[in-house]
Design a protein around this ligand. Sequence first.
Ligand SMILES: [Zn+2]
Length: 92
Amino acid sequence: MVTYQYRCARCGPFDLALPMGRARPEERCAKCDGDARRVYTAPSLTRPGASLTRALDAQEASRHEPQVVTAPRAERRPAPPSDPRHALLPRP
Ligand SMILES: [Zn+2]
């Protein structure tokens, strides 16, 4: 459902929720049953947050200017816990 705005000459503006694409140029006013014309308004778009904007910009930039990797990434794995029994194992 999409909210469309109409304006009655007598009663003023009112909103009407209709399925998308079903809005007609004129509707009946809910109060006085008179003619109401559709009012075209800007879509209610929301602006994404700063972090999402940065991520989308980086994704868009990677399409045309991918980052070049010149060296393998440094491993940051923690050292495995040492078990004293490992020292007793035979060595090649
Ligand atoms: Zn009206």
